[in-house]
Design a protein around this ligand. Structure first.
Ligand code: NDP
Ligand code: OXD
Length: 313
């Protein structure tokens, strides 16, 4: 009943320590050391090296250490066992904090005041719009999109959401390809919380930006992407910023991570870059979620938050 921790880019030691503390009777191993492959029952993955979960004859489940699972499904040698992802209030709350922060930052022009402060410039020529005058559109109405949409509504924004299948919510909802055009046409700030799948790859492109509202109070539409870098076409974002199709962007995720130092996004005056930390998986919270899932599985209960491989999320 060994637990294998297979991570790249995160601190493996933190997760080993957390899982050993939560499940003291179980061996917890990592890819950095020799281990008995036949003993591994559960694998915890964040961007595991492709092929590293193959040849584990008794593997029963894979737990993504993030909400997204594109990093797992991309493995061509992925074993055919159930995959569960993170659905946890700690992570959801972190993401909503990020989304609300950046919507407010664009609403209140915080980048402009920061620049003015550096110049010791006292210049307040505009009458700032109120949140209710801004239409925020949330792409993806899953665990994260719904919570963010709800909290944006509490702040007073005029919120709508878009999903694959029709959704009921206390705000306007749109779905499918037919719903995309009217959704974009009423959107001043576009928040992307979609998963990366073959259907969504590259969706944040020039054509989509051209469909956003042009009559909003910010003087042009704003993009906030905290979903995945593969959803966006970065050349199109830079071109759209430069020709006025987009007014500004906040980006947490990138086509290549870390964002290469020669990317024009780093230095663009109307781009805010954050290092894929909109909603980090805290070992305290996510470790407890996975330990609970393992205990439930072993009591014969179903695995929660399972990924549908055919849908890709
Ligand atoms: P969910 O699976 O709960 O929700 C996904 C949503 O996207 C659903 O509403 C789904 O529609 C919609 N969707 C999927 N495919 C399409 C499509 N082709 N067209 C329209 N809508 C679609 O995911 P979460 O909310 O938990 O997470 C979303 C993503 O956020 C993760 O996959 C991950 O990539 C990213 N993330 C980023 C983090 C960061 O720090 N930057 C942290 C955590 C997550 P439907 O409701 O019809 O199924
Ligand atoms: C996630 C992430 O998917 O951190 O949870 O990106």
């Amino acid at each position: 009943m060994t637990i294998l921790i297979a991570l790249q880019g995160w601190d493996t030691g933190l997760w080993v320590e957390r899982m050993r503390r939560l499940l003291p009777a179980r061996p917890v191993v990592t890819l950095a050391e020799p281990f008995d492959k036949a003993a591994v029952r559960y694998a915890l993955s964040w961007r595991h090296p492709h092929g590293s979960l193959a040849d584990l004859p008794n593997l029963g489940a894979i737990f993504s250490l993030g909400a997204g699972v594109d990093h797992i499904l991309a493995d061509p040698r992925l074993p055919d066992v159930p995959i569960a992802r993170v659905v946890d209030p700690d992570l959801t709350t972190r993401m909503s904090e990020y989304v609300v922060l950046h919507c407010l930052m664009h609403l209140r022009q915080q980048r402009r005041w920061d620049a003015q402060q550096r110049e010791k410039l006292w210049d307040d020529d505009d009458f700032q719009p109120a949140a209710r005058e801004l239409r925020v559109g949330v792409l993806g109405l899953g665990e994260l999109g719904r919570d963010a949409a709800h909290k944006l509504q509490v702040m007073g924004f005029d919120v709508a959401g878009w999903s694959r299948s029709p959704a009921k919510a206390p705000f306007s909802t749109f779905s499918g390809q037919d719903g995309l055009e009217p959704f974009l046409a009423r959107t001043d700030i576009l928040v992307c919380l979609l998963p990366l799948t073959p259907q969504t790859r590259g969706i944040l492109n020039r054509d989509l930006f051209a469909g956003l509202a042009r009559d909003g109070r910010l003087g042009g539409p704003v993009l906030i992407n905290a979903g995945r870098g593969g959803l966006q076409v970065e050349g199109d974002i830079l071109a759209a910023l430069d020709d006025g199709t987009l007014k500004a962007a906040t980006l947490d995720v990138f086509e290549r991570e870390p964002l290469p130092s020669d990317s024009g996004l780093w230095t663009h005056p109307r781009v805010t870059v954050t290092p894929h930390n909109a909603a980090m998986s805290a070992p305290e919270a996510v470790g407890a979620l996975i330990a609970g899932q393992i205990a439930a599985l072993e009591r014969g209960e179903p695995l929660l938050h399972q990924v549908d491989r055919a849908r890709g999320y």
